[in-house]
Ligand binder design. Sequence first.
Ligand SMILES: Cc1ncc(COP(=O)(O)O)c(C=O)c1O
Length: 450
Amino acid sequence: MANTLNTEHFWMPFTANRQFKARPRMLVAASGMHYTTDDGRQILDGTAGLWCVNAGHGHPKITAAIQHQAATMDYAPLFQMGHPKVFEAASALVSIAPEGLNRVFFCNDGSEAVDTALKIALAYHRVRGDGLRTRLIGRERGYHGVGFGGIAVGGIAGNRKQFGPTLAGVDHLRHPLDIARNAFSKGLPEHGAEMADELEQRMLALHDPATVAAVIVEPIQGSAGVILPPKGYLQKLRSICDKYGILLIFDEVITGFGRLGTAFAADFFGVVPDMITCAKGLTNAAVPMGAVIVRQDIHDAFMDASPEGAIEFFHGYTYTGHPLASAAMVATMDVYKEEGLFDRAASMAPHFENAAHSLKGLPCVKDVRNLGLVCGIELEGVPGKPTARAFDVFLKCFWEKNVLIRTTGDIIALSPPLIIDEQQINQLFKAIADILKSQKAVPELQAAAV
Ligand SMILES: Cc1ncc(COP(=O)(O)O)c(C=O)c1O
């Protein structure tokens, strides 16, 4: 198919377009733990697509729910109208959310969830008469999608530099990755909780806490290469936010829905934020959907501030709570519960951890870090060619080992579907180990992505 398909018109996202089109990597079908390629190979999915197909590909129950909904009602507007599935979906999500977070705003993906949460935070302070709170604080190397709000609070330089100043009034905490002190930590790193103190000592001292609306963090920084919070770090952020009346938003777009063996990372860490953004595993990625789960009193502040009959929050999307997404979501929540997939992830995590750390000592491996079913393998880069080493491993895993991994910079990030079994975990890490063993200090790379 790759030979006859015209690939010139589609401008691919976050892709080296010219390089891809020179030798396309085409996926044509998917089932369970595997993709099928256009040349008929079965590829083990080490990344759950893009951290999103938590229940495995093509789950029949989710597929049937989407088919049924499409045949019943394709679309209904939710501006001043309703349809039952979206209310059912909100209740299903609340049933697994941390206590107190029981109001849900739906959107279409993680980027919209982040922008929605930032808008709720700003508007919440304003409806309470605290409109001075307009600043937002994110983190270096944070990824919060690609909307203007998300790239403003996000801290990945490459995602920002083409687009000018984005939002005003945004500042960033340092990220807590500290390989010098924490290399090859199993689970949460020991060192670095004090980095949370800079929220109070540096950010709030500089800006005046009374001007800060919200702090947004990923409990685990995923897209920038699996950066784990040191023990006690998130607890500190929570207590500083509480002290100064600042909202804490957890961006759980990748950590939600079992990735750490609990419904949300908030449950794993025992830290309840004021809002959670989520997407991806929300519908098992079968139909795009995002959501913001909000503390009830935040929602109620909007209700209380507006006269009866007035619209309380001027925000929403044509496809908010789309019937197909809502149906997929309800079915996905059922699947997670019926198949006990969050517990399954927790029970696989020790084997996954051991397999990941078996890479220690192989050529070019600088660090391995892991939690739940997430793992980052940081490689020594090729001098003068950032990203080239990891991308070379990615290509060889795909073409030679039939395994899909993901790379960011010179870091391999793994996040398989929660249905992965021990033998597949072994296959995944053995493939990476084999490729790493053939890496040279200054290799001849198959295709350097610069
Ligand atoms: C933490 C986080 N927030 C937001 C997003 C953006 O989600 P989407 O690509 O669905 O817009 C992502 C995507 O990977 C993410 O990891």
